[in-house]
Design a protein around this ligand. Sequence first.
Ligand SMILES: Nc1ncnc2c1ncn2[C@@H]1O[C@H](COP(=O)(O)OP(=O)(O)OP(=O)(O)O)[C@@H](O)[C@H]1O
Length: 255
Amino acid sequence: MVDLIRAADLSVSHAGADLPVLNRVDFHIRPAEIVTVVGPNGSGKSTLVRALLGHVALSSGRVERAPGLRIGYVPQRVHVERAMPMTVRRFLSLPHRVGDAQAAAALARTGVQGLESRQITQLSGGQFQRVLLARALLGDPQLLVLDEPTQGLDQPGIVAFYKLIEEVRAETGAAVLMVSHDLLVVMRASDRVVCLNGHVCCEGTPQAVSAAPAYRAMFGAESQGTLALYQHHHDHDHDHVAEGHLHGPACAHTH
Ligand SMILES: Nc1ncnc2c1ncn2[C@@H]1O[C@H](COP(=O)(O)OP(=O)(O)OP(=O)(O)O)[C@@H](O)[C@H]1O
């Protein structure tokens, strides 16, 4: 199968809820693709990720994963137990024991080298996020799944984290599936964006999604920022203006 994961007609209902959390969602992700799921709070993003991983029961539809698919999963940071006294080195060996050299290389890869002896409770949010990513990379994943990896990070931290993700993808060829609220960065760093609100409202390239009425209705003023990203600011010369080119406020030419 070309896709790493493919889901068709996927519905999930939680016990006691009147409406399904996910309603007939189709989804796929290909090797080396960066796909980000965006949507309001409670729109089912985490549920979709967990359904794709086989962690929740489906009420209809099916999920297919490529045989033997290696997945590195980074759950929402808030859900990871940080209160336990544990060094970074020990944390990296859970649940699978790894050697010192491998642990050191993973920490170096994610920009937090030398932290082995630190307690995880003492790490900053950004450091902990990188340690979580390092742990996910230890299994040499073909697919990295990150649920709100930049939650609690400041803007430079968010930008740096996405840059790291792109580097990891370039080096390892891993595909990346992310849930995120950071629309501007998502739109810069994703190959494809899926806009979810119980069902898939729209999906496509960041450029297409940021111009889609469903996306703009969902994110209101915030969506204007991402749309502006793709409106052409003609502060440079070129002769390859595409058909259907979208004019931004700074766009003076006609064609
Ligand atoms: N185990 C569960 N049992 C019952 N309801 C649940 C369960 N998990 C999630 N829900 C409900 O399903 C809905 C979707 O939750 P989910 O966590 O998938 O949304 P989300 O888009 O990831 O939200 P957020 O952006 O706030 O993280 C919410 O209304 C939530 O309360």
